[in-house]
Design a protein around this ligand. Sequence first.
Ligand code: C5P
Length: 271
Amino acid sequence: MMVVRSPAKVNLFLRVLGKRDDGYHHLSTLMQTISLFDYLHIALADQDQLTCTDFRIPTDKRNLVWRAVDLFRKKTGLSFQLRILLEKNIPSEAGLGGGSGNAASVLWALNELCGKPASLSTLMHWAAEIGSDVPFFFSKGTAHCTGRGECVQELEHLDLSPFWVVKPSFGLSTAAVYRKVQIKNDQEASELVSFLLGQPCYINDLEEAAFKEAPHLKAVKEELEKLGFSKVMMTGSGSALLCFGEGNPDFNSYSFSSKVSAIRRDPIGWY
Ligand code: C5P
């Protein structure tokens, strides 16, 4: 039996640079892993079985955990069955990469259990077949991601003060939000330089699209802005919002709220 921590991620900036021929969007985004974790309990078994502490999450082949297991078995040619318990703490449909992190963590864990048949960079390469956000988790936890999100450029750890993650009562579908995005042509792409110079520029081009998909989200953002935070922004395709600076969310108004810190992957291990 192996227990693996599967972290959430946030997007500290996310620019949508254009639409690609394959239907995806060109991105420039700064991703960071945070101190909010699911736990995967993985054991060899006679047959495949996934259970999840959150009954709303599908445990059949739609779950990215199985996409990762099947991909690992296909790539390595190894055959084994697993019993997995997914202890869910990261809210879904929130833009926190919970499912992507689960898939990355399973790939890493299976590679360890099987005596490391693949290198970390091979696992990262395989991860892109599961989803655009999955390769990022094989960085050390801070990276500038481009392409559809799968081109990962490792960065030094950022000196970020703890901040709040708040999710309203509703979630958002990533595909639905991307369908509503309007590409602006005034992109300067200077956000990375600003961050590296210690002058963070928190911006998410998917926010307007998310407000169209769920108009109430804009009101939630404005409500949080009135609580004294210096900046409130959406992460990924939402619906979770990040609140930077001093302030305290009203815990009863949201389905999830937690103060988090940036975290790093152990260079020779996992999170
Ligand atoms: O890669 P992933 O399966 O996580 O993406 C989910 C959906 O989000 C895609 O089907 C696509 O509609 C949208 N997407 C996009 N551009 C990206 C990443 C995701 O349009 N760069």
